[in-house]
Design a binder for this molecule. Structure first.
Ligand SMILES: Cc1cc2nc3c(=O)[nH]c(=O)nc-3n(C[C@H](O)[C@H](O)[C@H](O)COP(=O)(O)OP(=O)(O)OC[C@H]3O[C@@H](n4cnc5c(N)ncnc54)[C@H](O)[C@@H]3O)c2cc1C
Length: 309
């Protein structure tokens, strides 16, 4: 199956196998089988933060579908939610339960499993703040519970990015809140995002993660990319969005190599301006199953080929 059909960038060559388990029990069995066969495997949610390689992936993609979409509200602001839950649905359910603290994530197009792995959020917040523990399978299909401390949350990062565990469900704790006020806030966040972010062309949201030192010196990554004269810059079919420079859009024919070249060019040019090398939030999947922040791969390419584009 072409990975381009599984990721929001609509980029990527073929994967040997793609499995979408229908529930947690079958997910455990699938993982145990893959382990026995000894083939590489990767976990994906909605592919909204992933750059798949042009050469695809020689292994099994385990896709966490919407099947793991449970949602249970306990007392004291505690909620249990499935890893396959669509984030905007999760946020609305938290609001409907009269709980506050999740509204910032209302516009994030991914699964809850992806969100807790990426410590995703907006307005400088991350969902990790509310995570009490996660339940996850290891490579052999054995279950583990990791508490907040074990998840080692930091800005847009967590211990789950090591890729060895597959989250099935998440326990979170929220404070009480006013439903009507939270729905209003959610609508206003969605309105602002519609105005600010490109919506027509395929993209994976913000490419670079904000750096506090760069922020003080120039501003967020989008502003630094713009200051470096790269807003609207294209390599092949990929382009820094003319609407929001921290988004790379696929103009229809983009390849992963085009996106990596843009990442490298922005990293180099912003470093020339500020002395700071921006790190990518988006993650690259290599054909051998290695998944790492895309800038680490971009640093390996021969950027001279793309100069003058
Ligand atoms: C238009 C747009 C806007 C965006 N805006 C934001 C934003 O405002 N803030 C923000 O933080 N992000 C944003 N993103 C990025 C992305 O939506 C989030 O990072 C999202 O949480 C990723 O979820 P996913 O299910 O798509 O994960 P994927 O992209 O499929 O995977 C991301 C990582 O999580 C891992 N993973 C996924 N599911 C599991 C699981 N169940 N168990 C273990 N590991 C897992 C993958 O292996 C991978 O390492 C945006 C993306 C787009 C396209």
């Amino acid at each position: 199956m072409p990975l381009a059909t599984l990721g929001r960038w609509r980029i990527g060559g073929p994967a040997d196998f793609v499995v979408t388990p229908r529930d947690a029990a079958s997910l455990g069995r699938v993982l145990a089988t893959i382990d026995t066969l000894g083939v590489p495997r990767v976990i994906i949610g909605d592919g909204s933060n992933l750059l798949f390689d042009d050469d695809g992936f020689r292994g099994v993609v385990v896709r966490i579908g919407r099947a793991l979409d449970g949602f249970v509200v306990h007392g004291d602001g505690v909620v249990d939610a499935g890893a396959g839950l669509w984030v905007p649905t999760f946020v609305r359910r938290v609001i409907d339960a009269g709980l506050s603290g999740a509204v910032h994530a209302i516009g994030i197009p991914g699964t809850l499993g992806g969100l807790v792995t990426m410590n995703g959020g907006s307005q400088r917040r991350g969902i990790g703040e509310n995570v009490v523990h996660v339940d996850a399978f290891d490579r052999h299909g054995q279950t583990h519970r990791l508490d907040h401390a074990a998840l080692a949350y930091s800005y847009r990062a967590s211990r789950l990015q090591a890729g060895d565990l597959v989250v099935t469900s998440v326990r979170l704790r929220f404070a009480p809140g006013d439903r009507a006020a939270m729905h209003r806030e959610a609508r206003s966040i969605l309105r602002a995002r519609r105005e600010k972010f490109p919506r027509v062309r395929a993209n994976c949201g913000s490419v670079f993660v904000s750096d506090p030192k760069l922020y003080d010196l120039i501003g967020p990554p989008g502003m630094a990319i713009e200051r470096a004269g790269l807003k609207g810059e294209a390599v092949g079919g990929a382009q820094f969005s003319p609407d929001h420079a921290n988004f790379i859009v696929n103009n229809g024919s983009a390849r992963a190599s085009d996106v990596l070249a843009l990442i490298r060019i922005a990293r180099d040019r912003v470093a020339e301006l500020s002395g700071i090398r921006m790190d990518a939030e988006v993650r690259h999947l290599a054909p051998d199953g290695t998944m790492r922040p895309a800038h680490e791969v971009a640093d390996l390419i021969d950027v001279a080929r793309y100069q003058g584009n």
